[in-house]
Design a protein around this ligand. Structure first.
Ligand code: SME
Length: 159
């Protein structure tokens, strides 16, 4: 297999999508979202911290998450940080090196890269997937496509 430095491979992406279907299949709501973040983090070594934020009025509010530590950013105004930017713009944001992005709001000293993927329902952003990696340049186009597919699954798991 081609070396991937722990990054997602196409084969793995297919397997993880199946794993997510199995993990969330028997559950609903918050429990299903917990199962989803756990399946993501345990399957991809570069996904150091995986969280979901839901849109509440003008803010993003932390929902299910999994990782070595809790974040102090449990409520982020839409427009602030990489998370708020992605929600406002309605598009996936990949930050290869967080130290070079002035939008970045720090949660963990170990984070080097971040990806934020909006979740849509009826054309509106209802939440997002936020993943921090301890590896520089951890996220590729494959991660984007994969996580956008996960976001489409998530859309129906949000009440
Ligand atoms: N880094 C994010 C804040 C959320 S923490 O990564 C969990 C941002 O810049 O919006």
């Amino acid at each position: 297999m081609k070396a991937s430095n722990g990054r997602l491979t196409r084969e793995q992406a297919r397997e993880v999508l199946l794993k997510i279907d199995a993990a969330v299949g028997a559950t609903q709501g918050r429990e299903a979202r917990e199962a989803l973040v756990n399946a993501l983090r345990s399957s991809v070594p570069t996904y150091s911290w995986v969280g979901l934020y839901g849109v509440e009025g003008k803010d993003l509010v932390l929902d299910a998450w999994t990782g070595p530590a809790a974040t102090e950013h449990t409520r982020i105004p839409i427009g602030k940080g990489v998370c708020g930017f992605a929600a406002k713009a309605g598009r996936t944001e990949i930050v290869s090196d967080v130290s070079r992005d002035p939008r970045y709001l720090q949660c963990f000293l170990s984070t080097r890269a971040e990806i934020v993927v909006p979740v849509f329902r009826d054309g509106a952003v209802i939440g997002e997937i936020d993943i921090d990696s301890d590896q520089l340049d951890a996220f590729s186009t494959l991660d984007r496509e994969f996580l956008e597919a996960v976001a489409r699954k998530l859309s129906s798991l949000w009440s």
